[in-house]
Design a protein around this ligand. Structure first.
Ligand SMILES: [Ca+2]
Ligand SMILES: [Ca+2]
Length: 136
């Protein structure tokens, strides 16, 4: 008579993205202050952000160790505005599993965890401000 499984999670109502977001948010609350050690714009990126749909337009590479990320995508490694805040319309993930957020410091709306592949951003189009590498 119930859809609730042994973990108390109603799988018919929770999407994978929502479940992932909960786990990542807990990670964020503990680690965001010290884990923003990723790099933007370097060679051999783990992730490419594109300003236009379907992996076209100007791109920005991101690199990070697992458990760290880029707390403000709009700033380059010298702290200067790189023009990429709230501009991303598509993503290519080359390595790792990542979560992208609408606000700085891994807050706000989340895409959910995404592994290697090409993605459109849907509701988060022109909204992404931070990126966290959640798995290798
Ligand atoms: Ca765009
Ligand atoms: Ca934003």
């Amino acid at each position: 008579m119930s859809n609730i499984n042994n973990n108390g999670v109603d799988m018919n109502k929770k999407t994978l993205a929502e479940l992932s977001f909960t786990a990542v948010k807990e990670l964020n609350d503990e680690m965001a202050a010290t884990c923003s050690g990723g790099d933007v714009g370097g060679p051999d990126p783990d992730v490419l952000l594109f300003k236009d749909p379907n992996q076209t337009g100007q791109s920005l590479g991101l690199n990070s160790k697992t458990g760290e990320g880029i707390a403000n995508i709009g700033l380059d490694n010298e702290g200067n505005d790189n023009g990429f805040n709230d501009q991303t319309s598509s993503i290519r993930i080359l390595r790792g599993s990542w979560n992208f957020f609408s606000d700085s410091d891994f807050k706000g709306q989340s895409t959910g965890v995404l592994g290697p592949g090409n993605y459109a951003l849907g509701a988060n189009n022109d909204n992404i401000t931070s990126a966290l590498r959640v798995a290798a």
